[in-house]
Design a protein around this ligand. Structure first.
Ligand SMILES: Nc1ncnc2c1ncn2[C@@H]1O[C@H](COP(=O)(O)OP(=O)(O)OP(=O)(O)O)[C@@H](O)[C@H]1O
Ligand SMILES: [Mg+2]
Length: 311
């Protein structure tokens, strides 16, 4: 069982959309995938129409009352894809756990039990909240891999230095085996020069860590959750469905899900060294300041956020 966090403390960059649709794509390939909603906003749970009633077993009760994944997980309409949902109760978890000994390791223990059970999935995807508090720390401590989704916009990399710093500290102090699986451009507008410039800049700084396929802005991706569906049920022939299939295939190869582990980007940690960094120090240093050096035009464009796609 592999565990992967989808994390960025910036809000609205495509974490939840990526989690649902990468998970669904891999389940369609025959893997057993569990999605875990670690965000008190409960967007992942809502998008599968699986939000528990207050007080019912959820990720909140798993973290604070000792419930196991077996108590909490529910199937989705996609075969092979299940979800450990949450509800707004999770909002209180950070403060409730503030004085708990070993609070950042609670999720890891629950996942450890799941890994040893007959219901162990092949992959667990953790949808993190847009913050770097106890919930995100639980995710990083429990994870083998991390994906960082970004929006190809001005300020895309703001906060990246802080995130990479947290990843480094987690790797040094709490979870030496964590590795970056990739940086995913989750909202790319092919009509904006700015999007292209940001992707060029990302490729320059992070090289092969950047997934070669970007998720383009597509109104169907925004609509699908309101119907309780993934893109594969809502618009299976869309470009967005194809993009998520490609990203899922690339991820499988990178982390060895399909049995073919390809070397993750050159900047990723050399696997042999226990203290190896998640990314090189050069990369971290280059993000000490917002690194988008392209002549970024901050002025708003007249484009709508959700453009239709030309397929
Ligand atoms: N490629 C896309 N095209 C169009 N809309 C998208 C795309 N990706 C995400 N969205 C929409 O943008 C919004 C933010 O996406 P999402 O919820 O996945 O981001 P997030 O990083 O999980 O946000 P948060 O930080 O609040 O959890 C949602 O309304 C989602 O439906
Ligand atoms: Mg989200």
């Amino acid at each position: 069982m592999q565990v992967l966090s989808i994390i960025n403390q910036k809000g609205g960059v495509g974490k939840t959309t990526s989690c649902a649709n990468i998970g669904a794509a891999l389940a369609q390939q025959g893997l057993r995938v569990l999605l875990v909603d670690l965000d008190p906003q409960a967007h992942l749970s809502i998008s599968f129409d699986r939000m528990p009633e207050p007080g019912d077993p959820s990720v909140y009760t798993l973290l604070t009352q000792g419930h196991a994944f077996a108590d909490v997980s529910q199937p989705t309409q996609t075969e092979g894809l299940s979800i450990a949902p949450t509800n707004l109760d999770l909002t209180g978890a950070e403060s409730e756990l503030a004085n708990e000994i070993g609070r950042e390791g609670i999720l890891r223990l629950a996942l450890h039990d799941l890994a040893r059970s007959k219901d162990a999935p092949d992959l667990v995807l953790l949808d993190c909240p847009p913050s770097l508090g106890t919930l995100s720390l639980n995710a990083l401590v429990a994870s083998d891999f991390v994906i960082v989704p970004l929006q190809a916009e001005f300020f895309a990399l703001q906060g990246m230095a802080q995130l990479l710093d947290v990843l480094e500290r987690v790797k040094r102090r709490l979870n030496p085996s964590i590795e970056m699986a990739g940086i995913l451009v989750g909202l790319f507008s092919k009509q904006r020069n700015l999007s292209r410039e940001v992707v060029e800049e990302l490729n320059h700084h992070f090289g092969e860590l950047v997934f070669p396929t970007q998720v383009r802005v597509n109104v169907r991706l925004a609509e699908a959750p309101s119907h309780g569906l993934t893109i594969f049920e809502y618009a299976p022939d869309s470009a967005a469905a194809d993009q998520f299939r490609e990203i899922a295939a690339e991820l499988s190869a990178r982390i060895g899900l399909a049995g073919t582990k390809k070397s993750v980007a050159k900047q990723a940690a050399p696997k042999t060294e226990a203290q190896s960094p998640v990314v090189t120090e050069d990369v971290v240093a280059s993000h000490a300041a917002p690194p988008v050096t392209t002549p970024v035009v901050a002025a708003p464009t007249s484009e709508p956020l959700l453009e239709g796609e030309a397929e």
